[in-house]
Design a protein around this ligand. Structure first.
Ligand code: NAD
Length: 286
């Protein structure tokens, strides 16, 4: 089934690029945010990032022009949703706010319209509970930066209909992405779980004095062929973000992934050493 139109809700880092890729792939697309100034910023950021891609010959100017032509920036969420057969939510990572949004979408959208969440950590069963049509709700998890990263994790829960997953897979492919399916809901899906396992073990080895930060990074780069080691990566992502992820994972019931939050991460964050963005983290950048 070819989707009639796509609405992406939330014009931040993720939402604007998800919408642009959909628009560039030929879908009539709406990008929704709560205020015009956020949409103006989304347009400006997209103009800059697509210009860079054209300069590096990663995409043609014609494809970018077609993207902007197919993309409508709007604060009129309800009209956009009514005209769409697929809605992707990419708003703030807050369960209550997302729940409220899904309850409203469930009432506004036609019953066959898919409601997908791009959340990194909230499984869709938490958003589908109590809805009239939970069978059309799933997670469709894109990776940052969406213009470049091709992976999409499509995740269904017990409430999700097979047809919903099939349409999510089909849309991802039509957007030029490589989708994978996570057949049962689990915190962190595939990529972030494996990443958390690597990061957790790297912190354990360092904290217990088995190896230095530098040598662990060299070992993972040279031994596993990763582009950077786990400590360099944590500094890049931000130690506050890493700590937040560890805290969420540690709270998951019956989940062994992060038994306890790393003391090193906690104390670095307390000292305001958040990685590259503050000039200090596991490494110094000044
Ligand atoms: P962001 O803060 O950059 O953008 C969120 C946008 O949503 C803002 O423009 C905000 O104005 C808008 N918004 C908030 N509430 C809204 C509402 N009720 N209706 C319409 N718009 C609303 O956030 P982000 O980094 O793009 O993350 C969005 C989602 O994507 C989160 O769930 C996050 O977990 C997930 N995610 C983020 C990344 C990442 O690397 N940033 C990667 C994968 C998934």
């Amino acid at each position: 089934m070819k989707e009639s139109a796509i609405t992406v809700i939330g014009g931040g880092t993720m939402g604007r690029e998800i919408a642009f890729v959909a628009a560039m792939s030929g879908f009539q697309t709406y990008l929704v945010d709560v205020e015009e100034r956020f949409l103006a910023n989304a347009r400006e950021q997209l103009t800059k990032s697509t210009a860079r891609m054209v300069e590096r010959q990663r995409v043609s100017q014609e494809a970018v022009d077609a993207g902007f032509q197919n993309l409508t920036f709007t604060i009129d969420r309800d009209t956009a949703v009514r005209q769409s057969s697929f809605v992707i939510e990419a708003i703030v990572e807050n369960l209550e706010i997302k729940r409220q949004l899904f309850a409203e979408l469930d009432e506004i959208a036609a019953p066959e319209t898919i409601l997908a969440s791009n959340s990194s950590s909230i499984v869709s069963s938490k958003l589908a509970a109590g809805l009239l049509h939970p069978e059309r709700v799933c997670n469709v998890h894109f990776f940052n930066p969406v213009l470049q990263m091709t992976l999409v994790e499509v995740v269904g829960g017990e409430h999700t209909a097979q047809n919903t997953l099939d349409r999510a897979l089909e849309l991802s492919k039509a957007m030029g992405k490589t989708p994978v399916v996570v057949e049962k809901e689990i915190f962190g899906f595939i990529v972030n779980r494996v990443l958390m396992a690597i990061v957790g073990e790297a912190l354990h080895l360092y904290e217990q004095g088995y190896a230095s930060i530098e040598d662990i990074d060299i070992a993972i780069k040279e031994g596993l062929g990763h582009p950077m080691g786990p400590f360099t990566l944590m500094d890049l992502v931000g130690l506050d973000i890493n700590l937040g992820i560890q805290e969420l994972a540690a709270q998951e019931p019956n989940d062994h992934l992060v038994p306890e939050v790393s003391a090193t991460l906690s104390s670095l964050v307390q000292e305001g050493k958040l990685g590259r963005k503050t000039g200090k983290g596991f490494y110094n950048y000044n």
